[in-house]
Ligand binder design. Structure first.
Ligand code: ZN
Length: 483
């Protein structure tokens, strides 16, 4: 390791996508319901209520352990982590402490230095989610806060990595790969709000380690790490030292802030949960058959659909995107696969991100029709993007959705090469309107022809076939020169 080396380890909390909570029968489908509607004596922590372990959540956690190459312990145990906070109704959280479910695995990512890099997994344990505080006004200045226990008792797994990441980018790649893996395992839904939260440990080699807690978005992790690296490096540059402390990430401002509470491990007074028996689930692992995971699917896309490595990476990086791609190409695998890979990876994903839209909102038959129009040469690539934007906006704004062909008709986007007369007219007009460019062309200035091409494109609103346009324009110019 070199001087100034950045060292990052992550603790990732993911909600397991079970139907009921970890220790009671309450439904986990709480997001569209009112506060405190998915609660019972167990998840409210009322006296005398006894937890009953949800078997499915352990099966889900074991799937993750197997996919991350971890060893499941012969015996694991639930413990009580005692602390007082209004979102924690029992005043303790049931979690796993010194006997976690699984230990010692790894996940491969594309490292900064190229090639695959192994990020070691320290441990995976199962725990319950606390409730949620809703602040009226800001957390600092609001008059009061409300507490919603719908989230209390949702099963979580915490995945702890070794400090093997060397940059915020590697941390982002690790998280993306982890998210994809969990989704491929059908145990996690990344589109559910608050389903993933991250604590990041970060240090500069030779200095103290800082923990940044509760980063609740994928983008937030990279930003929080970038902020921390700059902050720590500038302290060191000025000869000051980095304090070992816990900080919070303030998403809206993109900064980290020192936390007032300084809980230490021993403050939690962990002890074994007396109402739950130890788990002996090592033998369940053999019975788990893993589905195709992101790396395998990436290799298959390269072999089966001749995707480039970069396209295959992008397409398989999210389960929904991979499924959408296959839905589109399986209808017409030979003709569409390259075009579909290019359009989904290079255009569609960007347009969706821009609109904060899920690919589930895209109509696959409509998208196929759009690709067919492009492949048949009915519209140019540029018009294709315009049609796609209209399609997505109509979906997003819940307007009636037109077919791509109808959009092409309405906006008059069909290639003018179908009507060479119109293109010729446009070229003639442009040459007449720009005598200076014509003169430049006659004087051999190479920029002139590009300028004229641009003007014709503008006039035809991008509908001209570029090859056809170049041919006709050169012809027209030669005629003028001759004349
Ligand atoms: Zn309950």
């Amino acid at each position: 390791m070199t001087e100034g080396q950045v060292i990052v380890g992550l603790e990732v909390h993911c909600q397991l996508d079970t139907r009921s909570k970890l220790f009671c029968g309450c439904s986990t489908d709480y997001r569209s319901d009112g506060p405190n509607t998915h609660v019972c004596p167990v998840c409210l922590g009322l006296p005398g209520a006894m937890p009953v372990l949800n078997k499915r959540s352990i099966e889900y956690a074991l799937r993750v352990a197997k996919a991350l190459n971890c060893s499941v312990l012969p015996e694991s145990e639930f413990s009580r982590k005692n602390y007082f906070y209004p979102d924690l109704d029992k005043a303790y959280q049931i979690t796993q402490y010194d006997k976690p479910l699984a230990e010692g695995g790894y996940l491969e990512i594309e490292g900064d230095e190229g090639g695959e890099k192994r990020i070691r997994i320290t441990r995976i344990h199962v725990e319950e989610d606390p409730g949620r505080l809703v602040h009226r006004g800001s957390a600092e200045r609001g008059k009061y806060s409300l507490v919603d226990y719908n989230r209390a008792g949702i099963p979580l797994i915490e995945i702890v990595s070794e400090p093997d990441m060397r940059s915020p980018k590697e941390a982002r790649k690790f998280l993306n790969k982890l998210r994809a893996t969990l989704e491929y395992l059908s145990v996690f839904d990344s589109e559910k709000e608050g389903s993933l939260r991250v604590d990041a440990n970060i240090s500069i080699k030779g200095s103290e380690r800082v923990e940044v807690k509760n980063i609740s978005s994928y983008k937030g992790v990279e930003k929080a790490l970038l902020f921390e690296i700059t902050r720590q490096k500038s302290l060191l540059r000025r000869g000051q030292k980095v304090d070992r402390e816990t900080r919070h990430y303030l998403e809206a401002r993109g900064v980290t802030q020192s936390s007032r509470s300084k809980e230490q491990e021993h403050d939690y007074r962990y002890f074994p949960e007396p109402d739950l028996r130890p788990l002996h689930v090592q033998s369940w692992v053999e019975g788990i058959v893993l589905p195709e995971l992101p790396d395998a699917r990436r290799e298959r896309f390269i072999a089966q659909y001749r995707c480039s490595l970069n396209h295959a990476r992008t397409l398989t990086g999210e389960l929904r995107v991979a499924n959408f791609f296959e839905k589109v190409v399986l209808a017409d695998p030979v003709g569409l696969s390259t075009l579909a890979a290019t359009w989904i990876a290079d255009t569609l994903i960007g347009e969706l991100n821009y609109r904060n839209m899920s690919i589930d909102g895209v109509d696959a038959p409509g998208f196929m029709e759009l690709l067919t129009l492009i492949r048949q040469g009915t519209i140019t690539d540029k018009s294709g993007i315009e049609v796609l934007r209209v399609m997505l906006d109509q979906r997003l704004n819940k307007q009636p959705c037109e077919t791509p062909a109808a959009i092409v008709d309405r906006l008059n986007l069909a290639k003018t090469s179908g009507d060479p007369g119109a293109l010729t007219v446009a070229i003639e007009e442009v040459i007449t309107q720009h005598p200076k460019a014509l003169e430049d062309y006659r004087n051999g200035k190479s920029g002139a022809i590009n300028f004229l091409v641009g003007q014709v494109m503008k006039k035809t609103r991008g509908c001209a076939d570029p090859g056809e346009l170049n041919r006709l324009l050169t012809e027209a110019l030669k005629q003028r020169e001759a004349g």
